[in-house]
Design a protein around this ligand. Sequence first.
Ligand code: SF4
Length: 93
Amino acid sequence: MSTDLVRRRWMKNISGSIILVPLFFLSRYAEAKTNEALRAQLKYQITPKESMKCLTCLEFIPGKTNKDLGGCKVLPGDDEISPDGYCTSWNTM
Ligand code: SF4
């Protein structure tokens, strides 16, 4: 195998990686989902209402830390719920 052929194959493989690595990271961001229809129905907001916020709601599914986005049992398919958010289904019972 000639050196030129080896170099071309190497360049071809590297160029594929240069394209695939950013796509991998972009796809991770694309995985985050929101449930816009239910958010609107429940009047979800990213700020607390008085002392009521998602972090203190029984429906909240926390993220890795208390400051990370999490999920909500009432908003299926939504993994961008702010711990400081609020909606009309806020529940502590
Ligand atoms: S029910 Fe509403 S207040 Fe409770 S965690 Fe879900 S979005 Fe937040």
